[in-house]
Structure formats: C-alpha cells, structure tokens
Design a protein around this ligand. Structure first.
Ligand code: CMC
Length: 427
C-alpha cells in the first residue's frame, strides 16, 4: 500500500479509496469500497483495470519495455533459451546449471501423449482448422491425467505445468500431420525442444530427417518471445476460468480459444493472408488507404497494440531473427517479403499510423519467419499457443497458490426495467 490516498465525490458523499504501489509502474486505486456504497466502476475492455496482483511480467507500453522476472526480453532472447525462460516464469528465478538440467530432463520425459489420444484426432475433419483441433485435444488432456488434477496440491500443479509444456509441441505437430494425412511422428528425446518440434512437424517415418540448426534456433526464439505478456485477453481468460477451480488443462484450452481471434493470436495468420491479398507492391497504397478509411472495417494486420504505444520490443528481436532466417534460406527477395518491408516503411512514415502510435507488432514479423521455415499459415496461431503455454500456466499457478476469489465482473444494465409477462395470444 502507498501513503497516497484517493477520494471520490458522488451525490454529496466522499469515499476514501486505498492506493497501491507496485515495484514499478503506475499506482493503482482500489475501488472495492464502491460496491458497499452502491456503485460499480465501468471500464469496457478493462483498459484502466488491474484485475490482479502479479510478480511474473511487467510491460511499460509507452517505453516499449517488457520484463520477465525483471529481466528485459532483449537480454533473454540473446542469452537465454525457451525452456530456461519457462523455468523463470514458473519459478520466478533463473535456474542454476543443475536446476536447468533437471527441468529440461523433466520436460523431455513427458513429451509423449497417451496413445489413445490419436483416436481423438480421427473424429475431426481433415480440413478442420488446427486451432479448432487444439482447443479440443488440449482440453481432453484432463481426461488422461486424473493423477494431477488436485489444484490444491502444489506437486499436482507442477506436474500439470510440465506435462502441458512438454506435450504442446507433440499435439501441435499431430494436428498438422492429421490435416495433411501423414502419420504422427513420435518425439525424439535426444533432440532439443525446438528441434523436436520441427522433427515432428516435417519428418516422416520413411526417411531420416536432419533439423536445420538455424531454423531450430529461430523457432526457439519465436517460442521465447511469445512465452508471456502479462494480463492479455487469453491469460485473463485462463485466470478467469481457473478462478472457478477448473483444472489446468481445461483452463489452458479456454486460453487457446481466446487466443484464436484475429485481434489477438490470430493476427499472425491474418498478416500472411493480408500480404497474399495485397499480392503486389503496386497495391500497397490502396490497402493503406482502406486501413485509414473510418467507413471500412479493414485494419492493417500486424500493426498496433493495446499496450505498446512504442515499438513492441519483441518485434525488434523478431525482425533480426527474420533477417537471419531469410538469409539462411536465400529468401531475401521473396515477393511477400518485399511487400511486407514496403508496408512496414510506409506505416512507420504515414501520419495516420505515426499519430496513433501504430507500430509493427510481434505478429508482423513472426508470420514472415514462420512462412520462411515452411510452417503453413493455418498453424501460425498454434505456434503462438505453444509458446504462450508457460505464461498461461504460470499465471494460473500464481493465482491458485495465492488468495483469490471467483472472477465475477458486474455490468451497466441498459435493458428493459421490470415488466409483467405478456401471454402469447396478447403479443
Ligand atoms: N490499422 C488501422 N488502424 C488501426 C489499427 C490497424 N491495425 N489498429 C488501430 N487502429 C486505429 C483505430 O481505428 C483507432 O483509430 P481512431 O482513434 O481514429 O478511432 C486507433 O487506431 C486506436 O485503435 P483501438 O482500436 O482503440 O486500439 P485497441 O487498443 O483497442 O486495439 C489492436 C489494439 C491490437 C486490437 C488493434 O491495433 C488491431 O486491431 N490491430 C490489428 C490486429 C493485430 O495485429 N493484433 C495483434 C496484436 S499483438 C499480438 C497479441 O498481443 O495478441
């Protein structure tokens, strides 16, 4: 709590409100006293509402800062790796060498899914969207792991976290293999997390595959850059679902559903669709004009962010990774990439985008790398879900291990006042 006090005057009454200070960031006014006095706050889209206290991730959107456990994302991207960042999110500190080895080994020992899971896939149409399949199969994990569903038991929560992080690449790759009619590939536990994912995606049982280390490194960076982003829509969904006491697999499945939308994780897929639709650099101006037209719902996908009103720090790292991958694959002159680069330049100079601080976001560049690696567009949001899993589970665990109440927002009711029922023959 801070020494500061806030007060609110309404209907001749003055209410004193507590003010809380975090380690960094703006002070937060506690409004819980309003309810007892007959008022609620109104904040559509939760733009001014802190829904919880958290120690995991900090964002300063104006300065373009993202910290996990206090460490800047740029430093983690350069010196750490995905599984180490998962550890940091889950346990609040970087591991020492033996802790890291033990954690990596634990994840490695849980990569396989129950064989019965493969029969679930057969229930889906082959042309189902991979995110539709992911919502189903991740939620279905709760039907297989009855031994770790006691959310009040710390060990159960930990093993569920490991299982989710370990099995997401396996399920994601199975989803892809199912949609293209190829056999599922078993995980190979001598491979690293990202190598294993690429092996299960692109390998086949008839040939020995060799994973390109540059692509595996880029994949690891994509996972790391997506690992957490504080109280975004999908994480808040996971927390809300979890606040009812639902099991972690069900909660993460809810997070996957929330992530799917084009304003959130679905944007990386939408970026590529947009670049394809533009088709040629000569049509860029037409699409920029559409994005600026208030009567046209079209938006430039991969631009803008609810929190960042500066360059998304993840996008800076992702842009460098994109350059590395494209050079490795000799794709610098790929026509879609030429359109993307030109679009980025126009948006960074155009008054409309500059005034509104609409910078390219992480999804703008991740789509370009994923396309270059050969990941089909429909799998892009699945990759985001895979990367975000440790963040979701860390927030869920933080909530469950502390004191929490069921999430229950209120509303400003504008429907009809009470009225008497009218029988059918009188309407
Ligand atoms: N293209 C054109 N205009 C835009 C765009 C865009 N991409 N984004 C925002 N605007 C305009 C918007 O029309 C509004 O203009 P005005 O003030 O004249 O009415 C102004 O900028 C503010 O927009 P907003 O809708 O109030 O901003 P928001 O914080 O509610 O929305 C957003 C944030 C990310 C949903 C939005 O910028 C958007 O739809 N971007 C495209 C989708 C996208 O790339 N999403 C991925 C976000 S990053 C990954 C993640 O965290 O999930």
């Amino acid at each position: 709590m801070s020494d500061k006090k806030a007060s609110l005057s309404i209907d001749g009454k003055t209410l004193d409100l507590k003010v809380h200070s975090g380690t960094i960031g703006p002070d937060v006014i506690e409004v819980s006293a309003l309810t007892g006095n007959g008022y609620f706050t109104y904040d559509p889209g939760f733009v001014s509402t802190a829904a919880c206290e958290s120690k995991i991730t900090y964002i300063d959107g104006d300065k373009g800062v993202l910290l996990h456990g206090g460490y800047p994302i740029e430093q983690l991207a350069e010196h750490s790796d995905y599984l180490e960042t998962c550890y940091l999110l889950l346990y609040g500190a970087l591991p020492n060498a033996s802790q890291k080895e033990a954690f990596v080994n634990k994840v490695r020992m849980h990569t396989m899914v129950n064989d019965q899971m493969s029969t679930f896939f057969k229930g889906f149409r082959r042309d189902a969207h991979p995110m539709a399949i992911m919502c189903g199969v991740v939620g279905a994990l709760s039907a297989f792991y009855h031994d770790s569903l006691d959310i009040t038991d710390e060990k159960h929560r930990e093993i569920s976290a490991i299982r989710l992080i370990a099995k997401m690449p396996t399920l994601a790759a199975m989803t892809y293999k199912y949609t293209i009619g190829q056999p599922f590939m078993y995980p190979q536990n001598h491979l690293s997390y990202s190598e294993n994912f690429l092996h299960m995606m692109f390998g086949n049982p008839c040939e020995q595959d060799k994973v390109n280390p540059v692509l595996a490194k880029a994949m690891d960076k994509i996972f790391l850059l997506h690992a957490d982003h504080e109280q975004n829509a999908s994480t808040s969904t996971v927390r809300l679902a979890g606040s009812t006491g639902a099991n972690p697999f069900a909660c993460i499945s809810a997070g996957i559903a929330a992530l799917w939308g084009p304003s959130h994780g679905g944007a990386n897929e939408a970026v590529l669709e947009m670049l394809n639709e533009i088709g040629d650099a000569s049509r860029i101006d037409e699409f920029v004009a559409k994005a600026k037209d208030k009567d046209d719902p079209f938006r430039l996908m991969g631009f803008g962010h609810r929190v960042y009103k500066n360059f998304d720090p993840r996008a800076k790292v992702m842009k460098l990774a994109a350059d590395e991958v494209l050079a490795e694959l000799g794709l610098e002159n790929d026509p879609l990439l030429v359109i993307a680069k030109r679009l980025e330049q126009i948006a960074l100079e155009d008054e409309y985008f500059v005034e509104r601080k609409l910078y390219p976001n992480v999804d703008f560049y991740s789509g370009i790398i994923l396309k270059a690696i050969g990941i089909p567009t429909s799998m892009f949001t699945v990759i985001f879900a895979l990367g975000r899993t440790p963040g979701w589970i860390a927030h869920w665990n933080e909530m469950i291990s502390g004191s929490y109440r069921i999430g229950r927002p209120r509303q400003l009711y504008t429907g009809p006042a009470q009225r008497d029922f009218v029988p059918l023959d009188k309407r």
